[in-house]
Design a protein around this ligand. Structure first.
Ligand code: BGC
Length: 425
């Protein structure tokens, strides 16, 4: 493989997580919302056909028919076991790790900062540095403090002020130790699921509102970016967005037009505002979508993918898409970090090929002049996959949810081998 692959010398080889998905024992808007979601999902899960490996998950973990599957609880207990987890990351030859700081821990009540939690994250950063692993911190990854959402979340007139205050505190605490900052994780996904589809908190179904939230987020983002650069101009600051590779079903103009229309909305209508105020682009790639517009059939305007290869969540595996998106992002002339890319694969039969195939396309993009500087696999550990709960297994490392024992999956060793081959002199 190394004969064909040529990655830049100082490339970041990483894995990613987020606080609520792995830490355990959080108290935020999600922990409140999960309880209702658990009841609703269990009721609906009964009517679905589930493959037997999902109903009988590894190490007796929860399955989609159980309420506990949807309650984050102790999650992967990463909050207490981060040393062990970073030993795993090091043993896999990773030199970067992306994680998020949980705002509700740092500021559990408005304006009251918890010093102990700041110390905790300092220990996390130190544990990474001791192992030669570069920390990439996300300031906001999906979950929010309860006091913030109860009074109206991002649409409240104090949202900007409070997020900037939180940011200022964190940056001042960490600016000498952490160079890479991702202000938001997937703002478009947040506003679409929470305010339009309504399958995540605050569970609204209002297109206009989802647009307003995203617009507001983009404006607060710009101010946050400027604030960080003022506090510490040396830091590398950006955002992460989940971009879909869209194709028209064929070249007929109505399919092309429909595709362009959906692409504009789905790939964040404010994308340029984010990109114009960032030192790098954080790309998260999971989806490909072939759009066909036919008003006379019930599935008008929706995707007609071939789905030859899918993951446990039935998302199509389409490695070429990452190349197409990277080529498209080249015009912005900014460094790109692939801050997430991964799959739910409980049996670990597809992950090794998934990683290799995606890296093959990333490599091609690099050869064609795209400035890609890092790849973070999602995820280092099995974790709490939002409204789907624990059953989708995204980890390079399997978690036994009864004992919290960690087992490195074979695909993680395949990833390690690729990294080792590419980084040996
Ligand atoms: C999110 C992660 C999530 C992953 C898989 C990304 O959109 O940032 O939190 O677990 O996708 O769904």
């Amino acid at each position: 493989m190394s004969g064909k692959f040529k990655f830049p010398k100082n490339f970041y080889w990483g894995a990613a997580t987020s606080a609520h998905q792995v830490e355990g024992n959080n108290h935020n808007d999600w922990t409140e919302w999960e309880k209702g979601n658990a009841k609703y999902k269990v009721k609906n899960a009964k009517f679905k056909k589930w493959p037997s490996h999902i109903l009988n998950p590894p190490a007796g973990g929860p399955n989609p028919l159980q309420e506990k599957n949807y309650i984050s609880g102790q999650a992967s207990d990463h909050y207490n076991r981060f040393h062990e987890d970073f030993d795993i990351a090091k043993s896999l030859s990773l030199n970067a790790y992306r994680f998020s700081i949980e705002w509700s821990r740092i500021e559990p009540e408005e304006g009251e900062f918890n010093e102990q939690e700041i110390i905790h994250y300092k220990e996390v950063v130190k544990a990474l540095q001791d192992r030669g692993i570069e920390p990439f911190i996300t300031l906001w990854h999906v979950t929010l403090p309860r006091w913030f959402t109860r009074r109206g979340g991002w649409l409240h007139n104090e949202a900007e002020k409070t997020f900037l205050r939180f940011t200022k505190r964190i940056i001042n605490e960490f600016k000498n130790d952490v160079s890479f900052w991702i202000i938001y994780n997937e703002p478009e996904t947040f506003s679409r699921h929470g305010y339009f589809i309504g399958d995540r908190p605050p569970q609204e179904k209002n297109f206009i509102k989802s647009y307003r939230v995203l617009k507001e987020l983009s404006q607060i983002y710009v101010k946050t970016y400027r604030l960080i650069k003022k506090l510490a101009p040396q830091l590398q600051v950006g955002f992460s967005e989940g971009l879909v590779y869209f194709e028209p079903y064929n070249k007929l103009p109505h399919n092309v037009l429909m595709m362009k229309f959906i692409e504009r909305w789905r790939n964040n209508p404010f994308l340029e505002r984010f990109i114009n105020n960032s030192d790098f682009i954080g790309l998260q790639y999971y989806f490909h979508s072939r759009i066909r517009f036919n008003p006379f059939v019930s599935k008008w305007g929706f995707q007609f993918n071939e789905n030859k290869n899918v993951n446990d969540l039935r998302w199509e595996i389409y490695p070429e898409g990452i190349y197409q998106i990277l080529k498209d992002l080249k015009r912005y002339n900014k460094p790109i970090y692939i801050t997430e890319n991964g799959l739910a694969d409980a049996q670990d039969t597809k992950r090794a090929a998934f990683i290799k195939d995606h890296l093959k396309w990333v490599n091609l993009a690099i050869q064609e002049g795209v400035n890609v500087k890092g790849y973070f696999h999602w995820s280092l550990l099995d974790n709490f996959e939002w409204n789907e709960g624990f059953w989708p297994r995204f980890g390079l490392t399997e978690i036994d949810y009864k004992t919290m024992e960690r087992r490195i999956r074979p695909s993680a060793h395949a990833y390690r081998k690729i990294i080792q081959e590419l980084t040996k002199n």
